[in-house]
Design a protein around this ligand. Structure first.
Ligand SMILES: N[C@@H](CCC(=O)N[C@@H](CS)C(=O)NCC(=O)O)C(=O)O
Length: 209
């Protein structure tokens, strides 16, 4: 059975898309039209009741949540070299992905998705206004966590944590945070952009692609 990824452009689903491309296993893409609100349709609720992307359909069932999808892809495709044998290295991957999913991504969502948490226009405006500060604070923590010499989260070993980090840090500019203020993070993004699999994937997430 071919793997199928439900995704939308410029979203966190980019990380899972990059992982599929890096692994080289056959996969299908199903683009979810956020402008049309397709993620909130009854039909999509049958695929993911959370109304979010990504969703990866596997031979064993559907998976949601980027860290789970990335770990499953890495663990089930060992030839791609994305799944370290060492438990501490795997924990480092989880440490980064958990921070990105539970903190930095949530910070970012306060700009466009404030209605998840509040209704009053002034509350939404207040949350959006705070995003440059909270995203810069998260970027500063990632900057400290990136190892000397880099370029990857695990130093000289590329992993799914890098795909997740690249995706979330690609939102910094839109959140009015200058990535070049964070030299390691900036070098990380450059190293990612040099990878052919990332280039192929990134191109598909651009408007009009
Ligand atoms: N914790 C989830 C978050 C998924 C998520 O929030 N995806 C966003 C796109 S970045 C989404 O589908 N938003 C649709 C909406 O809010 O309507 C993960 O890391 O995969």
């Amino acid at each position: 059975m071919t793997l199928t990824l439900h995704l939308a452009k410029g979203t966190v689903a980019l990380a899972s898309h990059i992982a599929l491309e890096e692994i080289g296993a056959p996969f299908d893409l199903v683009w979810v039209d956020f402008r049309a609100g397709e993620q909130r349709s009854d039909e999509y609720a049958r695929i993911n009741p959370k109304g979010r992307v990504p969703v990866l359909t596997t031979p064993h069932g559907r998976l949601t949540e980027t860290p789970a999808i990335l770990n499953w892809l890495a663990a089930t495709h060992p030839a791609a070299g994305l799944w370290p044998d060492d438990a501490f290295q795997r924990a480092r991957i989880d440490e980064m992905s958990a921070f990105l999913a539970s903190t930095m991504h949530v910070n970012h969502a306060h700009r466009m998705r404030g209605a998840r948490w509040a209704d009053r226009p002034e509350s939404l405006a207040d949350m959006a206004a705070k995003v440059p500060e909270t995203m810069a604070a998260a970027a500063a923590l990632v900057e400290k966590a990136l190892p000397d010499g880099g370029p990857w989260v695990l130093g000289d070993r590329y992993s799914t944590a890098d795909m997740h980090l690249f995706t979330v840090s690609s939102w910094l500019e839109g959140d009015s945070v200058e990535i070049t203020d964070f030299p390691r993070l900036s070098a990380h993004a450059d190293a990612m952009r040099a990878r052919p699999a990332v280039q192929r994937t990134w191109a598909l997430h651009q408007p009009g692609a």
